[in-house]
Design a protein around this ligand. Structure first.
Ligand code: NAD
Length: 311
């Protein structure tokens, strides 16, 4: 198949691109390198440095390439940036996404895969873990923009018969995650520990997240290619891990003797977030297989290697 990975120079998209290539698919990447890195784009991909907001260029690329599948991972994904500038967030995440949807129906794309978010659209949860029927109460413009594109995708599926898969991700971690962002606690802690700096735990560290290793997320993006139905599925582990535990495993992995350092709690930060993955198991047969300790060790090893290369 010929597959477009939008945002393929980023953390998750670049792993998805590698997996599709390894399976023998033809892969094209588009990315404006806003947070992505050119060196994450596989040499076996055709790469267009383009902004998904540039409707004219997007249509040109779609008409030239004629994709079977569009896998959409490109986004403005900084929650704080979305609060500071909701217009920019909506421009990229809603209008940019719409450009991809419009070009998809115009050029006969068969399947559209979208990286959405569980945590940011369910908001403060009433039930733990949250399943796909949980109330949708996004508390940031980022959550609102992701949810809006979900609704548009539903419209395109119903109106044009575009086969759609919406993956509501939990907290994804692993090699290539950006350690300079506001989120991505695993990447931030790993980079700090590797470079001998002390990571700061916000507040008491008892806030929980559902951490999924990136290889498991890639697997979901692979199995869904053979999935004929439209679906909205949580991609999570169903397990809560608190930030203190993440720190403790990474600190042990580093072999350094470091004591946790707690800073002030982040205002408005969600206390608990965990996704029910039973529907993904039932519909896709997808089960995350990486244990948190194993995933953290692999991630730490990656950041150590990166540090070595820089030196
Ligand atoms: P990332 O920032 O590494 O990847 C996003 C990619 O999109 C980058 O390569 C960036 O350069 C590109 N991009 C941004 N704006 C663009 C634009 N206007 N035009 C073209 N390309 C653009 O982030 P990630 O963690 O790999 O996230 C990938 C997707 O998964 C995002 O849609 C994000 O919302 C979603 N998601 C991620 C997580 C997580 O825990 N990382 C959780 C839930 C959802």
């Amino acid at each position: 198949m010929k597959i477009l990975v939008a945002g393929g120079a980023g953390f998750i998209g670049s792993h998805v691109q590698d997996a599709y290539l390894a399976l023998g698919h033809e892969v094209v990447v588009i990315d404006n390198l806003y947070t992505g890195r050119k060196d994450f784009v596989n040499r076996d991909c055709r790469f267009y440095e383009v902004d998904i907001r540039d409707a004219e260029s997007i249509v040109e690329i779609f008409e030239r390439e004629r994709f079977d599948v569009v896998n959409h991972h490109a986004a403005q994904m900084d929650v704080r940036a979305s609060v500071a500038d909701p217009v920019f967030d909506a421009d990229v995440n809603i209008l940019g996404g719409l450009n991809l949807l419009q070009a998809s129906v115009k050029t006969g794309v068969k399947q559209f895969i979208f990286a959405s978010t569980g945590g940011a659209i369910y908001g403060e949860q009433d039930t733990f873990p949250a399943d796909e029927n949980h109330l949708l109460r996004p508390v940031s413009p980022y959550g609102v923009s992701k949810l809006s594109l979900e609704k548009y995708i539903d419209f395109y599926a119903k109106t044009y018969g575009l086969r759609c898969f919406i993956a509501r991700y939990a907290n994804i971690y692993g090699p290539r995650q950006n350690p300079d962002g506001e989120a991505g606690v695993v990447a931030i802690f790993s980079r700090r520990l590797v470079s001998g700096e002390m990571p700061t735990i916000n507040g008491d560290g008892k806030q929980t997240r559902d951490f999924v290793y990136v290889a498991d997320v890639v697997e979901a993006n692979v199995v869904v290619l053979d999935h004929g139905e439209n679906s909205v599925l949580n991609i999570g582990t169903g397990r809560e891990t608190d930030i203190n535990r993440i720190f403790s495993i990474l600190a042990t992995t580093s072999g350094k003797s470091v004591e946790p350092h707690h800073g002030p709690a982040k205002k408005g930060e969600q206390r608990r977030s965990v996704l029910d993955n039973r529907r993904a198991k039932k519909i896709l047969g997808w089960v995350p297989s990486t244990d948190i300790r194993e995933g953290l060790e692999k991630t730490y090893a990656y950041f150590s290697m990166e540090e070595e290369t820089i030196r």
